[in-house]
Design a protein around this ligand. Structure first.
Ligand code: OAD
Length: 228
């Protein structure tokens, strides 16, 4: 049976109106990673970090999935094999576009996490500094997103999926951040056909490239896989 493992990055949500990180004018041109996306940054200035994620949460709630998100949901529904979507995105647009069981390796903006007891709950649109955990009451609520220096979520499950992949696709990701950037090599090692779908090649060792805007290329790729 064919098994497609798909890794998505910020580029798939760009046409929904969410900024990517490393494109010109992207989030990392406006904010320092050390300040807003590390545990040390949060310890130093929790208000700055909560403010950064509050703004992104409010923005993510306003945008809608684009044809690329919807095409992947269609692929999951209609492909006569397994389709696993792994995303580095924290925006929730795959689910809004109809995808199921999406693996959120970098967490999700709609989630809150207690840094003391590990309890998880639904984040309010704007999280406060010192917001108490509903389980242990410690004032240590943080966004349930993975920061630099922290281990991404679900790694064992993802590597298990990669070990049995027959097709691996990376969509809208620059391949700059590990461990996600290594998935193509894992998939290659087990003989999967590897394809990159992006505005430009990232040099990641793919068998194939489909270049252009995700909203156009992803539906075409899905049509091809479904032989429409
Ligand atoms: P990047 O900003 O690094 O890369 C975005 C990629 O999307 C680039 O390769 C662009 O060429 C491509 N792209 C932009 N617009 C596109 C479009 N309309 N169609 C297709 N491709 C497009 O974002 P990520 O690779 O997702 O982690 O970044 C990976 C991680 O780095 C993020 O999850 C985040 C960040 O720091 C954390 O915060 C932990």
């Amino acid at each position: 049976m064919e098994k497609i493992v798909i890794l998505t990055g910020a580029g798939i949500s760009a046409e929904s109106g969410l900024s990517t990180f490393r494109d010109e004018g992207g989030l990392w041109a406006q904010h320092r990673i050390e300040d807003v996306a590390t545990p040390e940054g949060f310890a130093r200035d929790p208000a700055l970090v909560q403010g950064f994620y509050n703004a992104r949460r409010v923005q993510a709630a306003k945008v809608v999935p684009n044809p690329a998100h919807r095409a992947l949901a269609r692929l999951q529904r209609d492909f006569p094999g397994e389709v696993v979507i792994v995303t580095q995105n924290v925006d929730g647009l795959h689910e809004a576009g109809g995808a199921q069981d999406v693996i959120h390796m970098h967490g999700i903006l709609s989630g809150a996490l207690c840094a003391s007891c590990g309890h998880r709950w639904t984040a309010p649109p704007e999280m406060e500094v010192d917001e108490p955990c509903p389980a242990c009451n410690a004032p240590t609520a943080r966004p349930d997103v993975v920061w630099f220096g922290e281990m991404p979520y679900h790694m064992e499950e993802i590597f298990d999926h990669l070990a049995s992949a027959t097709i691996f696709a990376a969509i809208g990701t620059s391949g700059q951040v590990y461990p996600a950037a290594a998935f193509v090599h894992e998939a290659h090692a087990v003989g999967a056909h590897t394809i990159e779908i992006n505005l430009e090649p990232t040099g990641g060792g793919f068998d194939d490239h489909l270049l252009g805007k995700a909203s156009e290329t992803v539906p075409k790729w899905v049509d091809r896989l479904l032989q429409i």
